[in-house]
Design a protein around this ligand. Sequence first.
Ligand SMILES: [Zn+2]
Length: 99
Amino acid sequence: MDDTEEDPFLAKLSFEQGGSDFVPVVVNRSVLRSMSRRDVLIKRWPKPLQWEYYRSLLPDVSITMCSSCFQMFHSEDYELLVLQHNCCPYCRRPIDEPN
Ligand SMILES: [Zn+2]
């Protein structure tokens, strides 16, 4: 099965990622709406910065993003480090419950 026909994001990605330089994929509202909320990670920077949107291309790899410093981690690593230190391993934000 050809996934790119099902997934407008992947279709755009394979079309635009020809060279070695990274080119952010820009999608319109309907494509964005078709994407699962779980697949999209948002860095909600405070103003005047613009929010950044990320989509994981590795569905088998669970990613956790710190809600304070917006660093991304493999969820397994993150949970282990949070259990060991009770804080984000990057910004040291205290964490009561891993989310
Ligand atoms: Zn953090």
